[in-house]
Every structure is written in C-alpha cells, then in structure tokens.
Design a protein around this ligand. Structure first.
Ligand code: FAD
Length: 508
C-alpha cells in the first residue's frame, strides 16, 4: 500500500482459481502481454478443480500455437487423442446415428453449399447414402482413421479440422509450467474476503485465510461455479436458461478402454439426457448428463454403470450445475472467465472454447490501469453473442427430435424455444439456409449436420442447385462418395497414428 503507481506501470492482474480457465488465462497473459502486465494466480488445493472437460473444439489448436506449444509434446503429456467431431446416437429417433464433423460436406469449394444439392435429390426421392458419407471428416471418423489435414483446402483431405480429447487434470498443470516460465507467480491459499473500493465499487484486494492481502488492478475470476468475485462479491445477476436446457447434473465415471479409441467423442441419448464417451490414450471418460427433474441420482448412476463399455477405474462422481450465465462477464475491474461466468452443458464441448474466447477478447481489449467502459461493453457484447449462439445450437439438439419414449424427451420436444432459434429453424425448413454469422463458433456445416442428422429436411433449397440435371447430379455424388472412401482407406489407423506421433510418456 501507499506506493504511487504510474499509469504506464504494468497492470497487476490477479487471477483467482487454478483450474483450466485460470491457467489458460495466466499462461496467455504472461506469454502474449509481457511487460504490459504482471500475473499472480491464487488457487487452493484444498478446494480443487472441477476435473472434467476432456473434449475440445478445433479452436484450441490456435490457442496452443499462440502459446508456442508443440502439438506432439502437448498430446503426449495430456494423454490426448484426436477428435474429428461428435457422434450423436439415438437423438432424432432411437437407432439414429450421425456425426457432427469438424469439416465441410462435399468438396466445400462450390458457390452453392453441398447440402442444397443433397436436399434437392432427397426431396425428389433419389436413393442417397446418408449425408455423412459425403464428408471427408465424417468418413475418417467412422473408419477410425486419422492424418493431419492437407494444407491445400481445395483437396478433399484439406476439408476438415480437428481438436483433442485429453485428460482434464493434466492440461492445467501443463499450462502452469508455461505460465510460470513466463513470469506468472502462484500463491496457494483460500480467498476468504474481497475488499472493494468505497468510491468506485471496484475490487481493491482479495484476502486469504492466512491473512495475506493481495491487491491488484484487474481481477480475473476463474473460481469455477462458485463465481467468487463476479457472482458473490459483485452480485452480478444470474440469467437462468434451464427452461430450455433442463440438464442440471452429471455423474462421471472413467473406465478402461475396452472398445476402439475413436477419433471422435460420442454423445448417446439417454432417457433423461445423454451420456458422453471420450476415449483418451490411457482410459475412456464417461458421464451421464441428466435433468434431475426427470430422473433420480441413483437411477442415473445405475444407468451409467450399466452402459459403460469397460471396467470402471474410479467411483462415480456427481456434479451439479445450472444452464445460464452471469448477465455481464466483465463488471468494474473484474472479468469472469470459465465456469465463473456461466455454463452450457458439455454436449458440444464448448466450455473450454468459451474460456479461450474470453481470453482472446480480454487480450485484444486489455485495459490501462483504469478500465474504459467502451472496452468492457465490447467484451460483454462478444461474450454474450458466443453464449447466445451456443445456447440455441444446444437447444436444437433436444428440440429437433421425434422421440416420445420418456417424459424428458416429451418435454424438450414440445417446449417453446427462444425466438432466435425458432427463426433459424423456419429459414432452414423453407430454404435449407443457415443463418450467417460473422462471429460465433458453429458455422454452416455444424448446423447442417445437426438439422439433417436429426431429421429436419428442408423443403426448399438454393435455386442454383436446380441447374444440374438430377441424373448427372446423382452420378456426381456417387463419384464423390467413392473418391472420399478411397482416399480415407489410405489413411492411418487412429491408434497407430498416436503411437507414432505422440505416445504418452509412460505407455508400454
Ligand atoms: P474449476 O476447475 O472449478 O476451477 C476453479 C478454481 O478456483 C480451482 O483452482 C479452485 O481451487 C479455485 N477456487 C475456488 N474457490 C476458491 C477460493 N475461495 N480460494 C482460492 N481458490 C478458489 N468443457 C469442455 O470444453 N469440454 C468438455 O467435454 C467438458 N465437459 C464437462 C462435463 C461436465 C459434467 C462439467 C460440469 C463441465 C464440463 N466442461 C467441459 C467444462 C470444463 O470442465 C470447464 O470449463 C473447465 O474445466 C474450466 O473450469 P474452471 O477453471 O472455470 O473451474
């Protein structure tokens, strides 16, 4: 206290929380804004981390690259596998299966998106293989193969991206090494009090159980579901989305891998929610995400235990959550990143992505010692958009179903959806058109995969798709299907690829 600080002195950033969000933030700030800020992270081993979060989106590769992380090293250390998309089983109807790929359908190069041709032929009653077969990424995934994408996007082998499936407990420690090497410091302790400036209401300091007082200019709340600074200390309102996303619990239980190490995550619909299957190098992660209004914890646990495909290696663990977000993620001099800012269930593996987007926006709008309202508003606008669009995309998975075999599915099938989603679905049904975004995570191919995968076939399409005769179109599609299958057959088996490229350190 007491020392005079200049406006040009580095901004003192205090990060509260050492889970994935905390260490991603600390590593990125220390690495990308050296000299502009100092980073001190406070975490408590006694409280621990949420410890789940194993499936990611392709954007994480850009994050890792910016931090100078070498892919093979990162994958070996976090025991990671490759992820080409998500397989959805039993969603539209029991027995259905489709892959939401990290890639396009068709060649991805024409003026008219591939699905318009496909929808037209389907409406004409043509005998068509499922849409999946016209995606290089889906075919690669279904065949259990992997190779890095061809950098030439005009080639079929360049029409996809990929992400990782990794051990959630190993990622944060990996980032901690990077952050500390770049000068970030770590303090062990439990935050018991938050001091606010009497005039501005900003956070002035946090106080630990030991009595230690840590002051700072900018406080990043990465304290998890508790939202210690933004939610508890600043009282930012919680916006509840549970009427659309009623799942509020999960039971998680890893097992030995008894089946294939698939290069994709599986999301298998269950009577009151869905279950994940995420194969890593050393084990498979499993969990049942469910709505407690529609099933009991005991029944959910029993259903998961019965469903897992290998010997359990830990007792089932219960997690509670709610769908929604804090109205604003940045208030005063406090920015919430990760679970402290909000939560959308893990159906499309979006949480770590949201962490990354918050960090990117924070870096781009990094404040002077005094935060400008315009910067803060822009940050909140960007993050709100991300949340809103992911929310709508998740709701679509539940709502676009014909399932009527349980009270849960009856509820989500018949519930009123947000206007923003109803408008998107209407446009799709009429025109086969995906609402275009300039910002937001899921682009056209993702929406197309889920709409068609769950049985919403458009009755109209881009008129330019009518300019080719049906027979020629069908012939072209079959040739494309054959070409994709032929190319994929030449790719490496996923497990063999990992064994060559990034085997975990203590692998046999
Ligand atoms: P946490 O891991 O909870 O970390 C909070 C930190 O704050 C800890 O270090 C804790 O010690 C510290 N802390 C809290 N209170 C105090 C205090 N008083 N004093 C000091 N320190 C304190 N995301 C994905 O991207 N993909 C997935 O597949 C995925 N699956 C998920 C499945 C489930 C069931 C759930 C619940 C979440 C899933 N997520 C997933 C989300 C993902 O786990 C989180 O986004 C990610 O782990 C980041 O968590 P966090 O760092 O915000 O919080």
């Amino acid at each position: 206290m007491g020392e005079e600080r200049e406006d040009r002195d580095p901004v003192r950033v205090v990060v509260v929380g050492g889970g994935t969000a905390g260490w991603m933030t600390a590593a990125a700030l220390a690495r990308l804004l050296p000299g502009r800020c100092t980073v001190q992270l406070v975490e408590s081993e006694a409280i621990g981390v949420v410890g789940v979060g194993e499936a990611t989106l392709p954007h994480i590769r850009a994050f890792n690259e910016r931090l100078g992380i070498a892919e093979a090293d990162f994958m070996a250390r976090t025991r990671a596998t490759f992820k080409l998309g998500i397989e959805f089983r039993d969603w539209g109807r029991i027995g259905d299966s489709y892959v939401h790929p990290f890639g396009t359908f068709g060649r991805g190069t024409g003026a008219v998106d591939f699905h318009h041709y496909w929808a037209r032929l389907l409406n004409e009653g043509a005998p068509l293989p499922p849409l999946d077969r016209f995606s290089y990424a889906c075919t690669l995934a279904r065949e259990g193969r992997f190779d890095h994408p061809d950098p030439d996007r005009r080639r079929l082998a360049g029409t996809f991206g990929y992400a990782y499936q990794f051990d959630a407990l190993l990622f944060a420690p990996y980032l901690r090494e990077i952050a500390e090497a770049m000068g970030a410091t770590r303090t062990e302790g439990i935050v018991t009090r938050v001091e606010r400036d009497g005039e501005s209401g900003d956070i002035a300091a946090i106080v630990l159980g030991s009595g230690e007082r840590i002051d700072g200019d900018l406080f990043v709340d990465c304290s998890g579901f508790r939202s210690l600074l933004l939610g508890e200390a600043l009282g930012e309102t919680w916006e509840d989305w549970s009427r659309w996303l009623p799942a509020d619990r999960a039971v998680a239980m890893p097992c030995r891998t008894a089946t294939a190490v698939t290069p994709y995550t599986s999301a298998i619909a269950m009577p009151a929610g869905w279950r994940w299957r995420i194969p890593l190098q050393h084990r498979t992660g499993n969990g049942y995400v469910y709505a407690s209004a529609f099933t009991s914890d005991d029944d959910a646990r029993a259903a998961l235990e019965q469903a897992v495909e290998g010997e359990a290696i830990a007792a089932p663990r219960l997690l509670r959550f709610a769908a929604g977000r804090r109205r604003r993620s940045w208030v005063g001099n406090c920015v919430a990143v990760g679970l402290a800012s909000g939560f959308l269930e893990p159906l499309e593996s979006t949480s770590i992505y949201l962490v990354q987007q918050a960090i990117t926006a924070l870096i781009e709008l990094f404040p002077e010692r005094r935060v400008a309202a315009a910067d803060r508003d822009e940050f909140n606008r960007v993050i709100d958009l991300e949340y809103d669009r992911i929310r709508d995309f998740l709701i679509l998975h539940y709502h676009a179903t014909t399932r009527d075999d349980s009270p849960f599915w009856n509820y989500v099938r018949t519930m009123a959806v947000p206007d923003s989603l109803a408008e998107k679905m209407e446009l799709w049904r009429r025109r086969g058109r995906v609402v275009k975004y300039r910002e937001g995570v899921f682009l056209d191919a993702s929406w197309v995969a889920v709409y068609l995968g769950q049985g919403i076939v458009p009755t109209g399409w881009d008129p330019r798709a009518d300019t080719v005769a049906s027979a020629a179109l069908l012939e072209g599609l079959h040739a494309l299907h054959g070409e994709i299958a032929g190319e994929v057959a030449g790719r490496s088996d996923h497990r063999a690829f990992i064994a060559r490229f990034c085997p975990m350190a203590d692998a046999a």
